[in-house]
Design a protein around this ligand. Structure first.
Ligand SMILES: C[S@@+](CC[C@H](N)C(=O)[O-])C[C@H]1O[C@@H](n2cnc3c(N)ncnc32)[C@H](O)[C@@H]1O
Length: 211
């Protein structure tokens, strides 16, 4: 699942993962992160999610990462802003009121670029990646954000019945990536149907520092 795959998805407007309102798993569970006003929340692989305007409206500062310039342009249009942009190597940093977005490959973003992060919100990011990339991504996310608490949404379904993305990420795998660094709590398991093709359980996890 190289960058080209996602750039083509945006180019062809195949963005079925995009939701028309802020995700209820975020809005109903944000308090679990115990964040002070103004806290910096990292939203990796953000697309043009409406979770970002929602978080900004709640008084948080959003730090995000996204590959596609089409997604970034559409996100800024939704926010009704023209951000300042700065080139840092092959990453473009976009700054607007209440947010900083790093445009480019998340694996090229460094902890210094990102700055301090108080929490991570991962919706459709981990599950967007095949297994080998998930191993690399979760390690990189920890390098970027230390043990900042995290809200993570995954899908558990029979991978034989449908190809990802989104990929099935079962409880054992969440533990495999994160148990050495976090205590892991399952907050909810919602029965859903994915893409009209397969029944799945959507799991909402809270990761907090301390294994
Ligand atoms: C399934 S979408 C999810 C978008 C968003 N989280 C949401 O909930 O709508 C995955 C996004 O990750 C972006 N992406 C994929 N690989 C990436 C990478 N290596 N670095 C940065 N963004 C990436 C894609 O362009 C796409 O917008």
């Amino acid at each position: 699942m190289d960058p080209e795959f996602w750039l083509m998805k945006w180019h062809n407007n195949e963005t079925g993962f995009h939701e028309q309102e802020a995700n209820p798993n975020l809005t109903q569970n944000i308090h679990r992160l115990s964040l002070a006003p103004g806290s910096r929340i990292f939203v990796p692989l953000c697309g043009k999610t409406l979770d970002i305007p929602w978080l900004i409206k709640q008084g948080y500062y959003v730090v995000a990462a996204e590959l596609s310039t089409i997604a970034i342009a559409q996100l800024c249009q939704q926010l009704d802003i023209i951000p300042d942009s700065t080139k840092i190597g092959d990453i473009t940093r976009y700054d607007g009121p209440g947010f900083t977005l790093f445009g480019g490959d998340i694996f090229h973003i460094t902890p210094d670029m990102l700055g301090n992060i108080d929490a991570v919100y991962d919706r459709a990011a981990l599950v967007a990646l095949p297994f080998e990339m998930r191993v690399r991504y979760t390690k990189h996310l920890r390098d970027l954000t230390g043990t900042a608490p995290q809200l993570l949404i995954t899908f558990d379904y029979d991978q034989q019945k449908m190809d990802g993305p989104p990929f099935a990420v079962i409880a054992n795998e969440v533990e495999q990536h994160y148990i050495d660094h976090y205590s892991i709590t399952l907050l909810h398991g919602n029965e859903i149907n994915l893409k009209g093709k397969v029944d799945a359980q959507e799991n909402v996890w809270l990761l907090k520092a301390g294994a």
